[in-house]
Design a protein around this ligand. Structure first.
Ligand SMILES: Cc1ncc(COP(=O)(O)O)c(C=O)c1O
Length: 357
């Protein structure tokens, strides 16, 4: 199996150049949270350190109940039960592993957004399937078995509304194609009221067949180091993945599952974190525009920007200001750069000041 070089490993040169800036490096190239894990979640983890028994692959009863309750309360998706969901070890392993766990392989196509988080492509390759970039159901190849959506998108911030999701679901149902929707930025909408779930009854008409949603607590709860996420939707799909995951030993640690359950039950820390990102975005976005960038950022943790030159030229120019970003080529677009809002207030303010010169 031929896998590409890990994209961020190729940034060493730009990072070294940025680090030469007299004010120091400001790393906006990855979406890794910088704010503390909220105290109530840290306390929950501590409460659960007696973890002598194996956790189930499915997830603890406490975590499963919390996920079902969260879907109903926060995502407008009632009726999620034990058979509809499983807990994962962060969401990246699930994104990378789902095609293989569902038995996809040679001759099958996995479609993902034309500009996308690279792991959808990697997951198809690991299974021996063919990854294809497409945004319109009319462009899905004949052999398509799985379509990934990512709304809000990393990196573009684009959100698919109810009508757009319905169109995807209808096209997929007509052809018996599974739709997996990666929704980890759903609670960070900026220019819109909401980012609906693929499981929303306005999208599904109450029928979850062929549909799964993936959600992660990494960003909403500053829990990236805990590895806490889940998948929910069509019971047949979830149970097929679970059967394989049992053999693979893919179990989320039980202390983490307790922390996940406590985190899902608390809306206050999510709102607090959202406001931190809102104020960072309010500082950085206008500074990027004043510097000459066109910026998209409807939702999520990134500014998707271009000054009209090649992505590598923009990467180089920004690194000379000591600001490291991710070139759009990591995601399939050589004309833009991705600028993460996951830096301290001081670093975001300093980046904005450098951009204003
Ligand atoms: C779109 C998307 N999906 C999944 C992930 C994986 O997140 P985690 O493995 O921390 O749940 C990320 C992380 O940046 C992401 O941007």
């Amino acid at each position: 199996m031929l896998l590409p070089e890990f994209p961020w490993d190729t940034l060493a040169g730009a990072k070294a150049r940025a680090a030469l800036h007299p004010g120091g490096l400001i790393d906006l190239s990855v979406g890794s949270p910088v704010d503390p894990t909220p105290a109530l979640i840290q306390a929950a983890l501590r409460e659960a350190t007696d973890a002598h028994a194996y956790p189930t692959n499915h997830g603890t009863a406490e975590a499963r109940a919390a996920i079902a309750e969260w879907f109903a309360r926060m995502r407008g998706v009632p009726g999620i039960g034990d058979e509809h969901l499983l807990v994962t070890i962060g969401s990246k392993e699930l994104v990378a592993g789902l095609p293989l766990q569902l038995g996809l392989g040679a001759g099958d196509v996995v479609v993902h957004p034309s500009v996308a988080y690279p792991t959808y492509d990697i997951g198809a390759r690991i299974a021996g399937a063919e990854p294809v970039r497409a945004d319109d159901p009319d462009d899905w190849p004949e052999a398509t078995r799985l379509v990934w959506l990512n709304s809000p998108s990393n990196p573009t911030g684009e959100v698919l509304g109810v009508d757009a999701l319905r169109r995807v679901v209808q096209a997929a149902r007509e052809r018996g194609i599974l739709v997996a929707s990666d929704e980890c930025y759903a609670l960070l909408p900026w220019e819109l009221d909401e980012a609906p779930s693929i499981l929303d009854p306005r999208v599904t008409d109450g029928d979850l067949t062929g549909l799964v949603a993936v959600y992660s607590l990494s960003k909403q709860s500053n829990l990236a180091g805990y590895r806490a996420a889940f998948i929910a939707g069509d019971p047949q799909v979830v149970q097929r993945a679970l059967a394989v995951r049992k053999h693979l030993g893919l179990m989320a640690p039980s202390p983490v599952q307790h922390a996940l359950a406590v985190a899902l039950g608390d809306e206050a820390h999510v709102a607090e974190q959202r406001e931190r990102y809102r104020s960072r975005r309010a500082l950085l976005l206008p500074a990027m525009r004043e510097h000459g960038f066109d910026v998209s950022s409807d939702a999520g943790l990134y500014l998707w920007a271009t000054d009209g030159t090649d992505a590598l030229v923009q990467l180089d120019a920004l690194s000379r200001l000591g600001i490291l970003v991710a070139p759009g080529s990591f995601y399939g677009d050589r004309t833009r750069v991705r600028v993460a809002l996951t830096a301290s207030d001081a670093h975001i303010a300093e980046a904005a000041a450098r951009l204003r010169g």
